[in-house]
Ligand binder design. Sequence first.
Ligand code: GDP
Length: 433
Amino acid sequence: MEDTIFAEATARGRAGVAIIRVSGPRARVAAAALAGTLPEPHRAALRTFRSGDDLIDHGLLILFPEGASFTGEEVVEFHVHGSLAITRALLEALGRIEGLRPAAPGEFTRRALLNGRLDLAQVEGLSDLIAAETEAQRKQAIRVFSGELGGKVGMWRKDLVEIAAHVEALIDFSDEDVPATLPEALIARLDGVRESLEAALRGSAAAERIREGFEVAIIGAPNVGKSSLLNHLAGREAAIVSDVPGTTRDVIEVRLELAGLPVTLLDTAGLHEPGDEIERIGIERARARAEAADLRLILLEHDGELPEGVMPDPDDLIVITKTDLTEQPPVHGIGISSRTGAGIDRLLSAIGERLSAKAAGASLVTTQRQRHAVSEALRSIEAAQQFVSRVDEHPEILAEHLRGAITALEMLIGKVDVEHLLDDIFSRFCIGK
Ligand code: GDP
């Protein structure tokens, strides 16, 4: 029999309400031990929670029967006042009940997966939903958590299973007078699956950026005003601003939300001739990060020139700094003053527009694990397609590739062979989820 597990589902600390969740075969027993009589399933009822003679708190008790709860097991929830002392007393009281033990991180969700309440993509969606900080992250995660990716995988899988079944039949009846060809309609469906997988893969880079954040690098010569811009945008002293060239030696990061998207701004060390070894390393790192960034802001003073080695690409934004020092408007680029704040809004909307364009093609394939599974499926389908026209010669090879594609898709949603991945996935969860 499974252990019955318990944990605080809400964040620790002082709050109006704290929720403690218990899941497993002895959940009801635990609730009865602390509350006496039990309410009707799914109905919150006010109860007094006691451990022996000790009155712990008055609060709500909710009972979810087996098969109709988050984990699929019998679940009870205690809604108590959110004080450290109350939750501690309640958790200790639960720990004294036989057959109950504290939950490991993500253990409730793990049980939901094992009981088929969620597929593995939904589990990842839930993890992202809890971690979501921006609008775009929330919207993406809720779609994955709602099972949209699992639904798509189900359709791809169904097509592949039907095609595979046809091929298996050709193998079984190869001695008989059945024409050894695949119907055109099935060949077209295989092509359709391949196209959708390709589209999902194309959109995965953008989806991953939404999940992890877009990087925007601020680059330019020493003293051009990089740190000042970063500080202005961050609204706090994140980088040291000084008149001595080359003070920002490392890459400094500030995370913010722009147009609903998560953005990490990088202030790179001044791109100039290095004075010493430490500076050289800083400059190398800055270059590499800037190269890899999703968007680069190239800062120039009014009459300045591009720093050596910097080749703007069409996506980069040219930003002219310190416009408060001159009367002349900039001939090209976006003029800003970190001192007065002039032009900053325009710069932010330009950044937002460029990143939104990059985010627009996002698919539901949001994690590296999912992308890997989709690529595997795609590779197998491409291999299968080589044999479609020669199905009479090598039906078993075609069948093998189709099975490979099906397995890859099943791994995506956690239907097969994912035991080894679970510890890694659930280690990212908090206790109580
Ligand atoms: P970085 O080396 O590119 O990071 O440049 P800093 O941000 O450290 O700025 C170098 C100098 O230019 C500092 O003295 C800043 O106060 C000054 N500075 C930065 N932005 C502005 C601005 O918008 N207007 C004026 N007048 N001075 C600025």
